[in-house]
Design a protein around this ligand. Structure first.
Ligand SMILES: *[C@@H]1O[C@H](CO)[C@@H](O)[C@H](O)[C@H]1NC(C)=O
Ligand SMILES: *[C@@H]1O[C@H](CO)[C@@H](O)[C@H](O)[C@H]1NC(C)=O
Ligand SMILES: *[C@@H]1O[C@H](CO)[C@@H](O)[C@H](O)[C@H]1NC(C)=O
Length: 505
């Protein structure tokens, strides 16, 4: 998107400055932006913000709303960063019984009792569903598009005055279908605060507009994220205050280098779980991966019969797009102690997965390499990650970034797997980037590679049905109506305890 500085100046002088900040509650201990995540085996992290720093954040919890008999505290002061009006708190609840309903209440004179179901233990092979929601924007006067754009950056033509009811169609569908799914993964692009400049009213108050969009977005998400584990990894919209290179240089401290993302999720996302395998090698590899994981950027977790790896497609691999000097001009990271930390983590983590414990190996990241869009395609990501995904037999790879819904044949290096969905060696790739944001939907472009199905007419997300050890369902759900737009079943024998495959020549 190209906006000249003259236009910016002109628009800013005519703009009526109205920053759409949420009202600060009279009781500044009131928890806002509540979110939970799987933190470790049998552990849930509770994250929330307050409009005052807390010396020690605490949560009471128990098996009945009338008996919150356990209590856990952070033993740490709230975190914050310059330009944030709120302070970030985290408490971790450990030693939970698996798959059990717990009630919890954040300590405050103005909080309510919420509930969650504790995580399935790794190796529990019962069926369940989780959702993949990517590229999800704020709704209200600073966001949400209901019209399809002719390009990725087409602005909406109609203002969706939906505040304050929950009817961003994707957020509404996620709320209406609780508790039919057990967790959400969201690999990147939360709220689109860095798109504040798309609204002329924000132009002279960009710093506040950025902060306001984040506050609103995480409040809108909290009816879902306060009760369903919400697993985050970074996208390009977390990198800095604006995507225009000229503006990006002017971003204030606090709105650069993934600061909100890191402050919000750094202490709530998990690292690699200890391996449950009978193999000492697998346990050692998981321990190695544990040391190399760097949540919230890259990490893994296990849930029932799946092992999920969350990747950072933005920084920390050769030619990563958001790094200083990278193709996206976003000047973020790197975050690893050494430049190869993420790839070393990925290899150790994938190699550790015992398919007799967690038959399904799923990888999620933000930028895709199989996509119908030439501009959204991340070639450096493919070079860095694809061979490892193939070698260790990843079953399903989930990406976003391109704002629509796409499904590919299982594929490696541009060549479709001859087995299709029946025991392929290559991963099944999907793009689930159509959750809905101020940037609207992107039209499907020319099919590239082995593109099988796509949808760009309305907002949608992916629902993954882990059915049993051999069958995995992938559905795309239209947010507005709940209709299933596409449904396939991936069948894998999963007979080998550890998968090692030679790359096709
Ligand atoms: C208590 O919290 C609710 C939202 O959870 C808020 O609307 C209300 O203003 C708060 N009350 C006070 C006294 O701050
Ligand atoms: C939001 O809800 C209002 C009132 O229920 C409805 O008129 C409007 O069409 C909804 N918007 C969307 C985008 O679903
Ligand atoms: C971003 O933050 C990381 C970790 O704090 C730091 O190592 C890196 O140099 C920063 N990058 C930039 C461009 O400031």
């Amino acid at each position: 998107m190209v906006i000249s500085l003259v236009t910016l100046f002109f628009l800013s002088t005519c703009a009526l400055a109205v920053i759409n900040y949420p009202v600060i509650p009279d009781d500044v201990s009131t928890p806002v932006q509540q979110r939970i995540a799987i933190k470790a085996p049998n552990s849930i992290s509770i994250g929330w913000n307050t409009y005052q720093p807390l010396e020690d954040a605490c949560v009471s919890y128990g098996l009945s709303p009338a008996a919150l008999t356990s209590r856990e505290c952070s033993f740490a002061k709230s975190k914050t960063y310059p330009t944030s009006r709120t302070h970030f708190n985290v408490v971790v609840l450990s030693d939970l019984k698996p798959t059990t309903t717990y009630y919890y209440r954040i300590d405050s004179s103005n909080s309510t009792t919420e509930k969650f179901v504790s995580p399935r233990r790794p190796g529990d092979h019962a069926p369940f569903t989780f959702n993949a929601v990517i590229d999800l924007g704020v709704y209200g006067t600073d966001g949400f598009t209901i019209e399809q754009g002719s390009s990725e950056h087409k602005k909406r033509t109609e203002l969706a005055q939906v505040d304050p009811s929950l009817n961003h169609t994707t957020i509404a569908r996620l709320a209406a279908t609780l508790p039919s799914y057990e967790l959400i993964i969201h690999p990147g692009d939360f709220g689109y605060a860095d798109d504040w400049f798309l609204k002329p009213k924000n132009l002279i108050h960009g710093t506040d507009a950025y902060a306001a969009i984040l506050e609103n977005f995480y409040n809108q998400l909290s009816p879902i994220s306060s009760t369903i584990p919400y697993m985050a990894s970074p996208g390009n919209h977390e990198a800095t205050c604006g995507e225009i290179p000229a503006l990006s240089r002017l971003c204030p401290a606090g709105q650069r280098n993934f600061t909100d993302f890191l402050t919000r999720y750094g202490d709530t996302m998990p690292t690699v779980f200890p391996s449950q395998s009978s193999s000492a090698t697998a346990r050692a590899l998981a321990e190695k991966a544990h040391k190399l994981a760097l949540p919230p950027f890259w990490y893994s977790f296990e849930y029932g019969s799946m092992h999920v790896v969350m990747l950072d497609t933005e920084t920390d691999f050769p030619n990563a797009p958001d790094q200083p000097g990278g193709s996206a001009f976003l000047n973020g990271g790197p975050f690893g102690k050494t430049f190869d930390q993420q790839l070393a983590f990925l290899e150790a983590d994938l190699a550790s997965v015992d398919r007799h414990v967690t038959p399904w190996l799923i990888v999620a990241g933000h930028r895709p390499w199989y996509t119908t869009s030439t501009s959204a395609r991340c070639a450096p990501c493919q070079a860095a990650f694809e061979p490892l995904l193939y070698r260790y037999g990843v079953d399903l790879a989930i990406f976003g970034h391109n704002h629509n819904s796409q499904r590919f044949n299982p594929i490696y290096d541009g060549v479709p797997d001859p087995n299709g969905l029946k025991d392929p060696k290559a991963p099944l790739y999907i793009v689930a980037g159509g959750a809905g944001s101020i940037e609207g939907l992107a039209k499907l472009e020319n099919p590239w590679g082995s593109y099988k199905w796509g949808y760009d007419e309305d907002f949608a997300f992916a629902a993954i049905d882990v059915k049993d050890k051999k069958r995995l369902g992938v559905r795309f759900v239209r947010s507005r109506s709940g209709e299933v737009l596409d449904r396939v079943e991936l069948v894998k024998k999963h007979k080998d305890k550890f998968v090692r495959q030679e790359l096709p020549v």
